[in-house]
Design a protein around this ligand. Structure first.
Ligand SMILES: Nc1nc2c(c(=O)[nH]1)N[C@@H](CN(C=O)c1ccc(C(=O)N[C@@H](CCC(=O)O)C(=O)O)cc1)CN2
Length: 300
């Protein structure tokens, strides 16, 4: 039997609908409009698309969008000054600096200059520490989106064996913390893990976040397991014509879907949830800033 396909595009629309409802209620009862500032440095084509989509979806949810597009040669000092300005702006509840940044800018320095309460990416060292100690924090968008899809599919995750392949600060580590918070038994695996295939086969929930196209084949997947594929890799697609490309995940979808119980596709799986969770985090940040109850079902 082939796996159930977890439709991240459809689910992200549901999440964005809930955000829009929360925003409308905030406006109606308190006259407050959440605001999200997105900062892009340079002309990376993929980043330009993501930033455009973030701005568009922010407005569609009824929030205010502030876009700051800076030249690739912008200095670190000037970028830090902009972050300070946004930190002090009461109309801005969330700040996001699109990654990657140009090489001459220290990304950690910039991220840690964002006011933690406005850090809707959840990358600030304070939020990392709060999440790691099980306290209320801003949670990174991609892992939060994965958690929402898993909760929606399974109900309770308690007691399940979860394997996260990948140990990045942005996805692998926070994903592991979130699964632990939902009482999974968590293993973080990576390129040096011994018997990676065997470790993956032990997973009831397998999260692939290694950034290597189609690295995880179907025979590494336990029958009936839920597979969450975080990878977004562009590979040549000669079948579509010369020079054409297509997107694939870190999992070999065609073989994995024959073994898994449920699986996210690429595209249309985790990716759309990233922006939906950014909007959810902005609403959460705005509620917290105003001492109001947080929206239900949109936080970890
Ligand atoms: N400050 C941040 N920078 C980056 C983040 C982030 O969360 N915060 N994540 C990525 C890029 N990203 C959002 O910024 C992002 C990536 C992919 C998608 C998405 O919807 N992907 C689609 C496919 C898109 C395509 O056709 O190319 C999908 O998977 O279906 C949304 C957001 C790095 N930078």
């Amino acid at each position: 039997m082939t796996a159930e396909i977890i439709d991240g595009k459809a689910f992200s629309e549901t999440v964005r609908g809930k955000v829009a409802e929360g925003v409308a209620a905030l406006k109606e009862t308190h006259g407050i409009t959440p605001g999200l500032a997105v900062v892009l440095v340079g002309e990376d084509p993929a980043s330009q698309v993501y930033v455009r989509n973030k701005g568009k979806q922010t407005v569609e949810c009824g929030m205010q969008s502030f876009e700051h597009k800076l030249d690739a040669a912008t200095s670190e000092v000037d970028l830090l000054a902009l972050v300070e300005q946004l930190n002090a702006d009461p109309a801005v509840h969330g700040i996001l600096v699109q990654l990657p940044l140009p090489d001459h800018i220290d990304a950690d320095k910039v991220i840690n200059a964002i006011a933690p309460a406005k850090d809707v990416d959840g990358f600030h060292i304070l939020n990392v520490g709060l999440l790691g100690t099980g306290q209320k924090s801003m949670v990174p968008c991609t892992p939060l989106g994965c958690l929402m899809m898993l909760r929606d599919h399974h109900g309770s995750l308690s007691g399940l064996n979860a394997v996260v392949v990948g140990r990045s600060n942005i996805v692998g580590k926070p994903m592991a913390q979130l699964l632990l918070g939902d009482s999974c038994t968590v293993t973080i695996a990576h390129s040096r893990t011994k018997d990676l295939a065997g470790v993956c086969r032990s997973a009831d929930i397998l999260v692939a976040a290694v950034g290597r196209p189609q690295m995880i084949p179907g025979d590494w997947v336990k029958p009936g397991a839920t597979v969450i594929d975080v990878g977004i890799n562009r590979i040549p697609a000669p079948e579509k014509g010369e020079g054409k490309t297509r997107l694939v995940g870190d999992v070999d979808f065609e073989t994995a879907k024959e073994t898994a119980g449920a699986i996210t596709p690429v595209p249309g799986g985790v990716g759309p949830m990233t922006i939906a969770c950014l909007l959810a985090n902005t609403l959460t940040a705005c509620c917290r800033a105003n001492g109001l109850p947080e929206p239900e079902g949109l936080t970890a």
